[in-house]
Design a protein around this ligand. Structure first.
Ligand SMILES: Nc1ncnc2c1ncn2[C@@H]1O[C@H](COP(=O)(O)OP(=O)(O)O)[C@@H](O)[C@H]1O
Ligand SMILES: [Mg+2]
Length: 262
């Protein structure tokens, strides 16, 4: 039976880079699930395989990487079997992604207005004027001042932190069933970081988006997490609801992670 509560199902995913004797397994038999409206956190230190896992979900693994085995379903769709045309639709409509380096990810040829409105118009039958109003609202939610003037600008005219918040606004405009946020607030200052985490949470609850929140920073996840997976050297070493992970960590590594925050 298909479980419709799950917007992301990863089963026994293994990924390696390189070939032959030099092949290195960086994701090792990972199984992980994200439910509708829930914030699932994937945490682990730098280099443990978090972003490689995320790139597989988007079907954007670097060409020198190789999926050895595993199944990935998003919103009931088997990601590995989608063709090029289906993938264009898939990215954005089924799954949105917020990366760490927003400035590079935004199309430099389009104004912020076009970038956000395109996202809204892709899934809502509303007029351009209404899309404009909605874009303004999203920018206000992202705590961007003078949103009217920002909408007329191009990405290069804005700071890295502003681009980051715009990328989050675009992902929200699409209202995808699954949102992957890969260290989305690392480059932002602490107060803005907190505001943005709140907005991501609110979106998850309001539009029933399932969020996979990737981070190496345990401090920020405690407040927002529903469920936590702890990753180390390519493997999931511990998982559980946020409360039990924080109150009663079983694995030594998780204790260390928690210890380093408290
Ligand atoms: N394109 C690539 N070619 C070779 N190795 C890679 C590539 N991308 C990532 N890796 C390796 O895979 C491992 C996991 O990387 P990554 O998923 O980016 O870690 P993180 O948990 O910090 O996101 C690291 O050892 C990294 O060096
Ligand atoms: Mg990473």
């Amino acid at each position: 039976m298909i479980n419709y509560k799950k917007v992301l199902e990863i089963e026994h995913l293994s990924v390696s880079f390189g070939t032959g004797k030099n092949a290195e397994k960086v994701v090792d038999d990972v199984s992980l699930y994200v439910e509708k409206g829930k914030i699932t956190v994937l945490i682990g230190e730098s280099g443990c395989g978090k972003s490689v896992t995320a790139s597989c979900i988007m079907n954007l693994l670097d060409p020198n990487g190789h999926i050895r085995s595993g199944k990935i379903c998003v919103n009931g769709k088997d990601v590995r079997s989608l063709n090029k045309r289906q993938l264009v639709d898939f990215r954005g409509k089924d799954v949105g992604m917020i990366f760490q380096n927003a400035s590079e990810a935004l199309n430099p040829l389009l104004t912020i207005e076009t970038l956000i409105a395109e996202g809204i118009l892709a899934h809502k039958k509303i007029s351009k004027k209404e899309a404009y109003e909605e874009s303004l609202k999203l920018l206000k939610k992202m705590r961007l001042s003078s949103p009217e003037s920002i909408l007329k600008k191009y990405p290069y005219e804005l700071s890295g932190g502003m681009c980051q918040r715009i990328m989050i606004a675009i992902a929200m405009a699409m209202q995808p069933p699954l949102l992957i946020a890969d260290e989305p607030t690392t480059a932002l200052d602490v107060t803005i970081q907190a505001n943005i985490l709140n907005e991501i949470c609110e979106m998850a609850k309001m539009s029933q988006t399932g969020v996979l929140f990737i981070t190496h920073d345990l401090g920020i996840v405690a407040e927002i997490a529903d469920y936590v997976y702890v990753m180390r050297n390519g493997k999931i070493v511990e998982q559980g609801d946020a409360y039990s992970i924080f109150q009663n960590p079983r694995h030594e590594y998780t204790k260390e992670l928690i210890g380093s925050v408290l």
